[in-house]
Design a protein around this ligand. Structure first.
Ligand code: MG
Ligand code: MG
Length: 258
C-alpha cells in the first residue's frame, strides 16, 4: 500500500515542480542549432542553484551531470556532451531538483529548428499521450488505467511504447512506489488514492519499441535508431481530476515557438 502525501508534503513537491518547470523553459530558450548539450546542462544547473536548490540527478547512482540530454534515437539518460545540436534534431531535457528535502522531476522533448513532419507528429502525440495518462490518474483507478490510456493513444498513430522504463511515485526519494508503466490493462496494477504524487512519463518511439543500453551503462537507444520522444509531468492523484504540479506552460508561453 502506497502512502498518500500530506498537504504539507504536496506543497513542497509543488515548489520543486514549479522550479523544474521553469528550468525546462530556460533550457528550451537555449535550444538552437549549434548549441551543445553541455551548454543546456550549464543553463539548467545554474538556474537550479540560483534558486537555492540542487540538481538531484548529479551524482545519482553515479550520473555525471545535472540533466539528462537525450538526442534523437536516445530515449533517456543521455549524457550532456560537446555534441552541437543540428537543425532537425530533437533533444529531451529531463531535469530533477532537490529542494527542502523533496524532489522535482519533469522532462520535455524540444525540436531543434524545423523538424520533419513525422518527427513533429511524434512530439505532439507523445505529449498528448501524457495528458491522456493524466486524465486517468484519478482516485479509484489503477496504474494500469494510466498505462492503457497512454499506450492506446500512442499506438493508434503507429508509434510504439518503451516498456523497459516507467513513471514512478515522487517524494523525499526521486523514485518511489508505485511504478507507473506506459502500457497496461485497465483495472490492473496499483490502486490510485487521493494525495498520491506520481510522475507520468511516456517514452514513445517513432519505430519499433525495442531499445538497448549503450556501453556507458546509461544512455538508452532505440534498437532501430529511429527517434524517440519523452514528456514527463508530476501530478497529485485526486478524486475526479488529477492536480498537475509541474507544467509546460512556462515553455509554451515563452517567446520561442515549440
Ligand atoms: Mg525525469
Ligand atoms: Mg521521472
Amino acid at each position: 500500500m502506497v502512502k498518500p502525501k500530506t498537504e504539507e508534503e504536496i506543497a513542497l513537491l509543488r515548489e520543486n515542480a514549479i522550479l523544474v518547470s521553469k528550468t525546462l523553459a530556460e533550457v528550451g530558450k537555449a535550444v538552437a542549432p549549434g548549441v551543445t548539450t553541455a551548454r543546456l546542462n550549464e543553463v539548467a544547473e545554474t538556474f537550479i542553484r540560483d534558486h537555492g536548490a540542487v540538481p538531484s540527478f548529479l551524482g545519482f547512482e553515479g550520473f555525471p551531470a545535472a540533466i539528462c540530454a537525450s538526442v534523437n534515437d536516445v530515449v533517456v539518460h543521455g549524457f550532456p556532451s560537446d555534441y552541437a545540436l543540428r537543425e532537425g534534431d530533437i533533444v529531451t531535457a529531463d531535469i530533477g531538483t532537490l529542494y527542502k528535502g523533496y524532489n522535482g522531476d519533469s522532462a520535455y522533448t524540444f525540436p531543434v529548428g524545423e523538424v520533419d513532419p513525422e518527427t513533429r507528429k511524434l512530439l505532439d502525440v507523445t505529449k498528448a499521450s501524457l495528458y491522456k495518462g493524466i486524465e486517468a490518474a484519478v482516485a479509484g483507478n489503477r496504474t494500469g488505467d494510466i498505462g492503457y490510456a497512454v499506450q492506446s493513444y500512442a499506438e493508434s498513430f503507429g508509434f510504439s511504447v518503451v516498456r523497459e522504463l516507467e513513471g514512478h511515485g515522487l517524494g523525499k526519494e526521486m523514485h518511489e512506489e508505485p511504478g507507473v508503466p506506459n502500457y497496461g490493462r485497465r483495472g490492473h496494477g496499483c490502486r490510485l488514492v487521493d494525495g498520491m504524487v506520481i510522475c507520468i512519463e511516456p517514452m514513445i518511439n517513432a519505430g519499433g519499441r525495442g531499445v538497448y543500453l549503450a556501453r556507458n551503462g546509461w544512455a538508452v537507444h532505440t534498437a532501430d535508431h529511429k527517434n524517440s520522444a519523452h514528456f514527463e509531468l508530476t501530478v497529485v492523484v485526486r478524486k475526479g481530476r488529477a492536480e498537475q504540479l509541474s507544467t509546460f506552460d512556462y515553455i509554451e508561453k515563452s517567446t520561442v515557438n515549440f
